[in-house]
Ligand binder design. Structure first.
Ligand SMILES: [Zn+2]
Length: 271
């Protein structure tokens, strides 16, 4: 799929479309990264006079530092969905995407809606109408808070593991702010929860499990790319996040605050 864009790539003086949208080479040195080998780079392209632009070639791997700057956003998105490390590096290091906060809130709303919907399914209330409406609204806020707390537990699990394991990593200090941003951005798969619930069918619970696996895979790749660590460490980090999240889910379920959501990996049977 990515080959459509690749054929348009010329390592010479090709015209780059949408130049205004791409970040310009700023005076700050080494603020970009080569998407192929993760080497730091001063600029993504050089602007010669008369609108002639040349994509910078990485000194370390001799490939373009960021071929994606002349790709269509849809192709970049497809590459990100395929969990390609290059696409992740492009998005995290070479663009100034700043939607992680809003995306996080929106994902939590999706998750809260899913839990709330499953709660409605399991509840057959006989209370008066007004009371039901009030209780339902309250339920939604409660589900939002629980989803947020479980998400926080998941992140704390990941961060704690990585903090303990930081001597194992490269000599550079891990950038945990960037990691948080990467984790929030790579959780975009949760947006699929809404269509999965709206188009309800026999396989909804399978869909929800697959969405969970997709989100975890994206998180795994985001950690690997952001900190430039090996697959094993990244996998263990996601696993520790899941472990802490499961403890939180177990706690909420034993308090009978939460429903056993099909989306969660952990679901107590006796609830
Ligand atoms: Zn390189």
């Amino acid at each position: 799929m990515g080959n459509g864009g690749r054929s348009g790539l010329q390592q010479g003086k090709g015209n780059v479309d949408g130049v205004a949208a791409t970040p310009t080479a700023a005076s700050a040195s080494y603020q970009y990264r080569c998407i192929e080998c993760n080497q730091e780079a001063k600029e993504l392209y050089r602007d010669y006079n008369h609108g002639v632009l040349k994509i910078t070639i990485c000194k370390s791997c001799q490939k373009p530092v960021d071929k994606y700057i002349e790709y269509d956003p849809v192709i970049i998105l497809i590459n990100a969905i395929l969990c390609k490390a290059q696409a992740y590096r492009h998005i995290l290091f070479n663009t100034q995407i700043n939607i992680h906060g809003k995306l996080c809130i929106f994902c939590l709303l999706c998750e809260a809606y899913l839990r709330w919907w499953q709660l409605q399914d399991s509840n057959q209330n006989t209370a008066p109408d007004d009371l039901i409406r009030y209780a339902k609204e309250w339920d939604f806020y409660r589900m939002f808070a629980i989803a947020a707390l479980e998400q926080t537990a998941y992140f704390i699990g990941i961060f704690t593991f990585l903090w303990v394991e930081r001597p194992m990593m490269a000599k550079k200090k891990p950038n945990f702010i960037l990691l948080l941003k990467a984790l929030l951005l790579s959780s975009y798969g949760k947006l699929l929860l809404i269509p999965a619930v709206i188009w309800e069918h026999d396989y909804t619970s399978v869909c929800l499990k697959l969405i969970k696996v997709f989100v975890l895979t994206s998180n795994f790749q985001a950690i690997r790319v952001t900190l430039n660590i090996n697959r094993k460490l990244s996998f263990l980090a996601v696993l520790s996040g899941l472990l802490l999240e499961s403890i939180m889910v177990y706690f909420f379920q034993s308090m009978e605050w939460d429903v056993g959501s099909d989306y969660a990996i952990f679901k107590s049977q006796d609830f």
